[in-house]
Design a protein around this ligand. Structure first.
Ligand code: URA
Length: 244
């Protein structure tokens, strides 16, 4: 893919696009050994060697990780104004800066994908690709077969109709029920709001899968990199081709 030289320099973290233009005009940027002063030049990052002041600059390595977010962490980077803990402290040892793809509520646990690949993130968040998100929801009360049928037909919420791709009873736990719920949308508090309509407020919520990626046995608070196989499956689920 061809990209403008100034954009490439900013993607590499060298400087802003505007300041990159100045570096180019000053003759400090070389492409394949030749000084380039033309601001319109495009390069192919896979083929061309770009240098600033004779030092090669490269795109940051793409990183894809999943975190098992524990309860009581905000899905945000940096410090929170409220003083609540944020996932930042759980991913401090990730060697490059990655960003959460979507959010889990403060008290929701489970699978959170983080990456510095903007294109993949955009596709995952785009409803067009209908990537299923699978949740285990412990709800108050015993969900009857009749209510389960109604849940499957969907219901009106304040921001529009909501219908899960699937909902099933995993087991009864005393006076409560463990449900598996699948939605491909990512509206705010969707699972909690949806289940509350049926008189079964959520006690505990955990996301266990995102498309082909499963949380598995990853302990709470820990992260791991996605395998090449998982990446191939994830890319293909959103219409992209993974090339390592
Ligand atoms: N639905 C919710 O209600 N909360 C989440 O964190 C995710 C989905």
């Amino acid at each position: 893919m061809l990209i403008r030289l100034n954009r490439y320099l900013s993607m590499c973290g060298v400087t802003s696009r505007r300041k990159a233009d100045r570096l180019i005009e000053e003759g400090r940027v070389r492409v394949n050994g030749e000084v380039v002063r033309d601001l319109g030049v495009k390069i192919d990052p896979e083929v061309d060697r770009v240098e600033v002041d004779r030092r090669e600059v490269k795109l940051p390595q793409k990183k894809y990780i999943i975190l098992n977010k524990p309860c009581c962490y905000l899905t945000q980077l940096g410090k929170s104004e409220s003083g609540k803990r944020t996932i930042e402290e759980l991913i401090k040892d990730v060697p490059v800066r990655v960003f959460p793809v979507g959010r889990l509520d403060y008290n929701t646990e489970g699978l959170l994908l983080l990456t510095n690949d903007g294109e993949l993130a955009n596709r995952i968040l785009h409803p067009r690709y209908k990537l299923p998100k699978v949740y285990l929801a412990l709800v108050k009360g015993r969900v009857s077969r009749n209510t389960l049928r109604k849940m499957r037909n969907g219901t009106e919420l304040e921001d529009g109709f909501a219908r899960p791709d699937d909902v099933r009873i995993v087991r009864y736990e005393g006076e409560n029920t463990l449900l598996e719920v699948v939605f491909h949308e990512g509206r705010k508090h969707l699972v909690k709001r949806f289940l509350a309509v049926f008189g079964h407020p959520v006690i505990k919520l955990k996301r266990i899968a995102l498309g082909p990626i499963r949380l598995g046995k990853l302990p709470p608070g820990r992260w791991r990199e996605l395998s090449e196989r998982e990446l191939r499956q994830l890319f293909s689920a959103v219409g992209l081709k993974y090339s390592p």
